[in-house]
Design a binder for this molecule. Structure first.
Ligand SMILES: NC(=O)c1ccc[n+]([C@@H]2O[C@H](COP(=O)([O-])OP(=O)(O)OC[C@H]3O[C@@H](n4cnc5c(N)ncnc54)[C@H](OP(=O)(O)O)[C@@H]3O)[C@@H](O)[C@H]2O)c1
Length: 282
């Protein structure tokens, strides 16, 4: 792992708990200016106080809050060297946000996509790296561009989560294709199966693994879970467009490496969000 990060600004979502909280402390300890973002004001403030910075709070179930967050980031950060999209998780049943989207899709994928869009010019000027905490569960899912929010398919929390994490892999693939125009590089990773707050409300197999004493013996601690995030945020090496399974590059699913699907998903997402196309990109 690389050492001194003095002078680098790292914006980190999901920094209030689990993998993100450990990573925030570790990156700050290496000298980076970490901007910790969380949903819970109390938890985010506690992590921010530990590293001596001001917290930022936004609930990704509200796109209005994502827009406010972007405004605050632009006011606070003259440059952003690394943007880590780490916030996310699985929810036990189908919920619809105030914006009309299925919650898993919005909190794991649509909100980060919007944040990336709103910060685009600052990220491009900084030749930033985007790091995305995806999941190996992207392999269990298939994307349906016609039904991203499971209003027509039978809802399964695992499928909705897997699809959102697959969308993140495709987001990285498309960001990397645009690097020659934008200067922004991107990488996605699976952190391992980590005993954090993940799956806290879930039932079924997720609950058996994450919530029982026996299941938790199979889990990594959040310190181990944060290792790939810290490595990919800190290391200047060539990782653009890669998917990492913990510390090593790995293959994604068939849909995860479908460049045409990545393009079409990007376009569909812009339409859903009513977002301006990124300037200066094909
Ligand atoms: N744990 C695993 O086994 C595992 C495996 C693969 C991938 N992942 C991914 O790793 C990332 C970090 O999860 P974790 O394991 O560290 O779980 P965690 O302890 O539950 O942390 C999740 C983080 O995301 C934030 N978050 C969740 N929903 C949000 C929302 N609607 N708006 C804003 N922030 C939100 C949480 O904020 P608050 O705490 O402030 O609510 C928290 O900071 C997630 O993207 C997860 O999908 C985890």
């Amino acid at each position: 792992m690389s050492g001194d990060l003095t002078g680098r600004t790292i914006v980190l979502t999901g920094a209030s708990a689990g993998i993100g909280a450990v990573a925030a402390r570790e990156l700050a300890a290496r000298g980076a200016t970490v901007v910790p973002i969380g949903r819970s004001p109390e938890k985010t403030a506690a992590v921010a106080a530990e590293i001596g910075v001001e917290p930022l709070v936004a609930d990704f179930a509200s796109l209005a809050q994502v827009r406010e967050l972007a405004d605050r980031l632009l006011a606070r950060c003259p440059a952003i060297d690394v943007l880590v999209h780490n916030a996310g998780g699985i929810v036990p049943d189908r919920r619809v946000t105030e914006d009309g989207f299925e919650l898993t899709l919005q909190s794991n994928y649509l909100a980060p996509f919007l944040l990336q869009s709103l910060l685009h010019e600052r990220l491009s000027a900084s030749r930033a790296r985007t790091v995305v905490t995806s999941s190996m569960l992207h392999r269990v899912a298939r994307i349906s561009l016609q039904d991203l929010d499971f209003s027509r398919r039978r809802y399964s929390s695992l499928q909705a989560y897997g699809q959102a994490k697959l969308a993140e892999v495709l987001f990285v693939e498309e960001l990397a294709r645009r690097t020659p125009d934008t200067g922004i590089t991107a990488v996605a990773f699976h952190p391992g199966t980590v005993g954090s707050g993940f799956g806290r409300d879930s039932g079924g197999g997720i609950a058996l693994l994450y919530r029982t004493r026996l299941g938790r013996t199979f889990l990594l601690g959040p310190e181990r879970g944060a290792e790939p995030l810290v490595h990919l945020a800190a290391d200047p090496g060539e990782v653009n467009g890669s998917y990492y399974h913990r510390m090593r590059p790995a293959a994604t699913s068939r849909q995860g490496r479908d460049a045409d699907l990545a393009r079409r998903l990007w376009q569909t997402t812009e339409e859903l969000l009513g977002a301006e196309p990124h300037p200066g990109v094909r």
